[in-house]
Unconditional design. Structure first.
Length: 223
């Protein structure tokens, strides 16, 4: 499990604690909040506001109140409730896409010390130094490649989400939109897997060689 633990040191200068810019810290926590909100809406529509569940509850409660609500009408009401939650999911998705654009632009214009690509290159160069620097470099490469994979999944999820939202405007047939929807849902599971790995790595790092790594992402680190 050690390979997934983020470290505080600079691979080329192990005695130096890495710093996080305000932009990166804001992006990190806003992204975490947005992804959490997106997952919550999926969870709600898979449980509490699922149209089959709410439709059955509406029909049952109507019968108890002496109202004759047909199953079709109850299911339609349930479907409307479910759509309202999906609308919130879509709005959150727009914010996620905006955050991804922010991250891409920042990667282009950011100082070299904050560039993800530069950090990967620094770690690659440090592999040749041997000793502690090489160990940190190998660790850094694995962690940063996981981040690259995570960003790629977010981009794919955002792109497929936009396609699904505008599918009627794009004139997509169900035979096209359904596989896209399935892939969009699959991306969600990959995001959940990354979150689990990331949180586990941070907890292990806090308990072992990198205490204070969470506070560094709040106050900027470098102390």
């Amino acid at each position: 499990m050690a390979i997934i633990e983020p470290v505080k040191q600079n691979p080329l200068q192990p005695s130096e604690t890495r710093k996080y810019s305000l932009s990166i810290r804001l992006w990190h926590w806003l992204n975490a909040l947005v992804i959490t909100g997106s997952l919550v809406t999926v969870l709600l529509n898979s449980t509490i506001t699922d149209k089959r569940v709410t439709g059955a509850v509406i029909a049952e409660q109507g019968a108890k109140s002496g109202l004759n609500i047909s199953s079709d009408v109850a299911n339609q009401i349930g479907h409307e409730l479910e759509d309202k939650v999906w609308d919130v999911h879509a709005y959150i998705g727009f914010v996620l896409v905006a955050l991804l654009l922010w991250r891409i632009i920042y990667e282009i214009i950011s100082p070299t010390s904050q560039s993800l690509f530069r950090k990967v290159n620094v770690a690659r160069l440090a592999l040749n130094n041997g000793g502690e620097e090489a160990r940190l470099a190998r660790h850094e490469l694995v962690v940063k490649l996981l981040y690259f994979a995570f960003y790629l999944v977010l981009i794919l999820m955002g792109a497929t989400g936009l396609i699904l939202y505008f599918k009627h405007d794009l004139g997509l047939a169900r035979t096209v939109s359904h596989p896209i929807q399935e892939f969009h849902g699959f991306c969600m599971y990959l995001v959940i897997a990354f979150i689990i790995v990331h949180v586990a790595g941070v907890i292990l790092a806090e308990r072992k060689q990198s205490p204070g790594i969470v506070s560094d992402m709040i106050n900027g680190g470098g102390k």
